[in-house]
Ligand binder design. Structure first.
Ligand code: NAG
Ligand code: NAG
Ligand code: NAG
Ligand code: NAG
Ligand code: NAG
Ligand code: NAG
Ligand code: NAG
Ligand code: NAG
Length: 335
């Protein structure tokens, strides 16, 4: 994608310079007169505007003190205008914040009002640096047996509400993590430095209560998982996030039920995920520059093809234009 964009931009620049060059050679006589004419009204407008304000001020005050009064007046006029604007902007923001904050705090306690969804957006921020941030959906599909002797697949997800988020930007071993706790469930994502300038999503560990799966025969027990999503690319540069529009699914899940191996199939899926870790850019609320997963790059093929076709079209039109010009100027010369 980037390569084609560069190519496209280069072609546009090239065609622009070629057209400009050919215009100069074709209209050499009219060019110098055109340039001052265009510049003149601009200069006149600017001068007249400033002189009008100067005249107004001068007329109001004594002619002797004119230079001093003129200098002070514009400075004072500009300062209040700029100062008033941010003050007015900050005021509604501060007013909205307290109003919004008490409402959710009071609402989750009663119960049904805001329903948690699977779409999460959580972060770990220390010293104004959001080192870890994640948005998207995290699902676990757990094959389990029910009290009626059937086996079904239960879906568990990290909810958007009622979650206690914890994390660290600097564990003693230099790693980072973000964790989510809700009910009897706990999910933790671990990140490690791959080398000095890149990071990797090491794994996701989870302990999920079988109580959250309807009518599970193993109710009361806890499932402990280690999930490897096999990120591709596996390493992301520092100050960059990882984004994947395509689903990332894995069945590489190691599972224990209390102290026993859990054999039924468990898969996990990350949907529309964006993750950043080891970010060092401060005071950035949004995700930092992203790197797409390889699965997404394949879907870039169509835009690349369209972009290249357009670039080709530009070249063709340009050649046709130049050939046409040359023929015409040749015809004039012969006459
Ligand atoms: C974080 O930013 C705020 C506001 O910009 C500033 O007052 C505070 O000192 C900063 N804290 C740290 C630890 O840098
Ligand atoms: C489930 O299977 C067990 C034996 O495996 C049997 O004893 C029990 O009655 C069955 N329960 C139901 C609800 O079918
Ligand atoms: C991380 O913690 C270690 C000690 O555990 C400390 O030496 C180091 O300076 C810390 N790094 C940052 C970036 O805070
Ligand atoms: C769980 O079992 C109860 C009774 O055994 C039944 O009424 C209920 O529908 C079951 N729930 C689900 C989700 O299957
Ligand atoms: C499964 O995950 C483990 C560690 O998380 C890794 O070593 C292994 O290569 C993975 N297996 C597959 C098939 O990806
Ligand atoms: C659950 O796993 C068992 C084997 O452990 C398999 O026989 C069964 O078909 C699976 N159930 C579903 C709904 O996939
Ligand atoms: C990441 O960003 C921080 C803050 O802008 C900068 O100091 C640091 O050098 C950057 N690291 C890399 C590897 O680009
Ligand atoms: C990080 O999460 C806190 C709540 O835990 C939220 O107030 C804050 O706005 C979030 N920051 C970013 C950068 O998303």
């Amino acid at each position: 994608m980037a390569r084609c964009t560069v190519l496209f931009a280069a072609l546009l620049l090239l065609s622009g310079s070629v057209i400009a060059e050919s215009d100069f050679s074709g209209f050499e006589g009219s060019d110098p007169s055109d340039t001052p004419t265009t510049a003149d009204p601009d200069t006149t407008t600017t001068t007249s505007t400033s002189s009008t304000s100067t005249t107004t001020t001068t007329e109001a005050t004594t002619p002797t003190t004119t230079p001093t009064t003129t200098t002070t007046t514009p400075t004072t006029t500009t300062t209040p205008t700029t100062t008033t604007a941010p003050t007015t902007t900050t005021a509604p923001t501060t007013t909205t914040a307290p109003t919004t904050t008490p409402t959710p705090t009071t609402t989750p306690t009663p119960t049904p009002a805001p329903k948690p969804t699977s779409h999460i957006n959580y972060n770990v921020t220390e010293d104004n640096v959001t080192c870890v941030k994640i948005a998207g959906e995290i699902f676990f599909n757990i094959n389990y047996s029910r009290t009626d002797n059937t086996t079904v697949i239960g879906k568990v997800f990290v909810p958007s509400l009622g979650v206690e988020v914890d994390g660290s930007c600097n564990e003693t071993d230099g790693s980072q993590f973000i964790s989510f706790t809700w009910g009897k469930n706990h999910v933790r994502m671990n990140f490690d430095p791959a080398d000095k300038n890149s990071w990797t999503f090491t794994d996701l560990t989870a302990s999920l209560s079988m109580d959250d799966l309807d009518n599970a025969t193993e109710a009361g027990k806890t499932l402990t998982l280690t999930v490897d999503y096999n990120f591709n690319p596996g390493e992301v540069s520092v100050n960059h996030s990882f984004i994947c529009r395509a689903d990332l699914s894995t069945s590489n899940v190691t599972a224990m039920l209390d102290k026993d191996h859990y054999n039924p199939t468990i898969t996990s899926t990350l949907k529309n995920i964006q993750i950043q870790a080891f970010n060092q850019i401060g005071k950035e609320k949004d995700f930092v520059d992203s790197v797409h997963c390889t699965a997404d790059n394949i879907s870039d093929v169509v835009p690349i093809a369209v972009g290249c076709a357009l670039a080709g079209l530009v070249v063709l039109v340009l050649i046709a234009y130049l050939v046409g010009r040359r023929r015409r100027s040749g015809a004039y010369q012969s006459v």
